[in-house]
Design a protein around this ligand. Structure first.
Ligand code: NAD
Ligand code: PRE
Length: 302
């Protein structure tokens, strides 16, 4: 039996539209409803025929849902939840796909007291935004981390996990704070570094825009892909996961200073040891089949 029969997706950008496509492909009998605050996005979703109904208000979108998945920037989760609160069926499960979990869980709890909430995070994406950028296979073979609330409904958490497995994801359950710490180093910090390095190169007077583009290859090119990620989404991620990101940034700065020192004093062994260690990490990721299929997809579509 399907875990949910009537699914509403609020926010129909990259992740929401990928979710719609993936549900259509994996669970074609599910009745899909979508809502987005942008009239342009709603129009595009209608034209692409991604859902059965496009609602014009959050309330109309959720009125007969048994699962509502919020796919808006993390800073908008609380407001969206408040907008739909009055029309949410008592037995509906509310979930989300936000990149940070503790702040989103708190916002949803405050906006929807008494609702069944199961936050989740599919660890899959690209640097692109909007409904045209989505694709049905985005979640296949990728992690989806479910972060159930303390005292939450375990049956609802199992149904949400089942839902993501049917879309091809591998599901892991985590405490929200632990999720935020892990993702701070594996996802949030790499984005901050990419935004920094591309900005630094752009700021350098002698490296003009045309030279950056002309000579960009390999490493720098990979950074520019990440640094092209959505400004609203990432502003919200850094504001929402502030403490964990600052903790990881502190550690990163210390490690960077060590490498700086090794370069200054010609300590080749320190550099060689560090690079050998990190090469082994890359190899183990590739061996586990966790290589970045989405990034490859992004590159193929550059
Ligand atoms: N992009 C990624 O790689 C990625 C991966 C995993 C999770 N996420 C998370 O998924 C969520 C969505 O990200 P995305 O990449 O799909 O962004 P996106 O910009 O492509 O789409 C977001 C959509 O939300 C809509 N929206 C914004 N505020 C709204 C509101 N108040 N009510 C209704 N709709 C509203 C926007 O109009 C837009 O269409 C974010 O929480 C993000 O952290 C993103
Ligand atoms: O591959 C990319 O473009 C991504 O940035 C995807 C990525 C990541 O850091 O891996 C970004 C944010 C998410 O919350 C999950 C996935």
């Amino acid at each position: 039996m399907l875990p949910f029969a009537r699914v509403t997706i609020v926010g129909l950008g990259l992740i929401g539209s990928s979710l719609a496509r993936a549900v259509r492909a994996a669970m074609p009998t599910v009745r899909l409803t979508g809502y987005d605050a942008s009239a342009d996005v709603r129009e595009t979703v209608r034209a692409l025929d991604l859902v059965d109904d496009v609602a014009d208000t959050p309330g109309a979108a959720v009125i007969d849902a048994d699962l509502v998945v919020l796919c808006v920037p993390v800073g908008a989760m609380g407001a969206v939840a408040a907008d739909m609160a009055a029309d949410l069926p008592a037995d509906a499960v509310v979930s989300d796909v936000g990149s940070c979990k503790a702040s989103v869980a708190a916002a949803l709890r405050a906006a929807l007291p008494g609702a069944t909430i199961v936050p989740a995070h599919p660890v899959a994406g690209t640097e692109k935004s909007g409904p045209e950028a989505g694709f049905a296979t985005l979640f296949r073979g990728r992690w989806c981390i479910v972060t159930p609330l303390e005292g939450g409904d375990p049956v609802a958490a199992t149904r949400v996990a089942d839902f993501w497995r049917r879309l091809g994801a591998d599901v892991e359950t985590m405490d929200p704070d632990h999720h935020d710490l892990v993702l701070a180093v594996t996802s949030h910090l790499p984005h901050l570094i990419a935004y920094t390095i591309v900005g630094t190169a752009d700021d350098l007077e002698q490296v003009t825009q045309s030279e950056v583009i002309k000579f960009s290859a390999g490493g720098f090119r990979d950074f520019t892909r990440i640094a092209a990620s959505d400004p609203t989404m990432w502003r919200d991620v850094f504001l929402s996961n502030r403490d964990a990101v600052l903790e990881m940034l502190g550690r990163f700065s210390e490690d960077l200073s060590q490498l700086q020192r090794a370069i200054r004093y010609g300590d080749g062994d320190a550099l060689f040891d560090r690079f050998t260690r990190t090469r082994a990490i890359r190899r183990s990721i590739v061996d586990q089949g966790q290589d970045d299929a989405a990034a490859d997809f992004g590159r193929r579509h550059d």
